[in-house]
Design a protein. Sequence first.
Length: 319
Amino acid sequence: MPLFGKSAKPFIDHARGDAEARRLWTIATSGSGDWKTIDAAIKATSDPVRREFLVDAVASHSRDLRWVDAWIEARPDDELARLMWGACAHNYAFEIRTAAIPENVSREQWKGFREWLVHSEEQLRLATTMDPADSAPWVGLLWTAVGLGPPLREVTSRWEAVSRLNPQSEMGAGAYMTFISPRWHGSAELMWDWLHGVLATEQDGGARWPLVPNGHFEQWVAESMDKNPHAKRYWDEPEVQREVNEAWARWTGAPAPRTWFLAPWYWEVFAGAFYLMRDREKLRKALEKTGPGIQPVPWAYLGPAVEIYQKVRESVGLR
């Protein structure tokens, strides 16, 4: 269980509490150009769920792609090199765009955002042809779709490719749900129809249950952006609370749940929902599973992520 030390303070953790991911992310962002260490580490895993996780963690917060440029120059026929360049590029695109609401994103930012997503798609599509059995490039293509907005039919085919190659994909499910959410290119009806269909066969402890509170965040934020008066009472709705509580029971109810790589974030998204639902008991239980390293979502929906997270912990007597 992640615990705060006496001097530990909250911070954004791109590695989501994973020691190997943190080591590889540090190498990628250090400017050392040591792509060989990253190459060896990712190729050493045979678990597609972990491969997707490591690719995402290494590419997170990308701002300098010279190390992957060097990798491709040295090994132009290496699928992982193309995959990592594409993953870094779509992460960099979202860095350029920032998390600002659309009207606060400049024309120059939109231009850079789109250009980098197009470059990312080129490399990711090449990766899918170089290794048709790898699900990770298709996950990246779901994230480029979130930014570029291609037709739903095309994006659904990308999700189907992920599901076929890696039925337990954590990254792919989250990316596809983001695309079909009302905040991006879908609607509340489309998002919930898909998620309820997925959950119909989900086992207790499965990685899809935390998508329920995340889906409610997507709908709530969309309503808030549209200035829908319902947003102010969204988390008080009995049906919202029932769904979140049921998902919590199913997520925590497995006698021996699998250790999911995104579990640190799953506890956070439940905690964020319980905070807004004013359920102090479950909020504290969820926060007892979290440590100082956090993700921006869901806390950034409420203000500066680190400050909000600290405030929420203090609200239930945790430091």
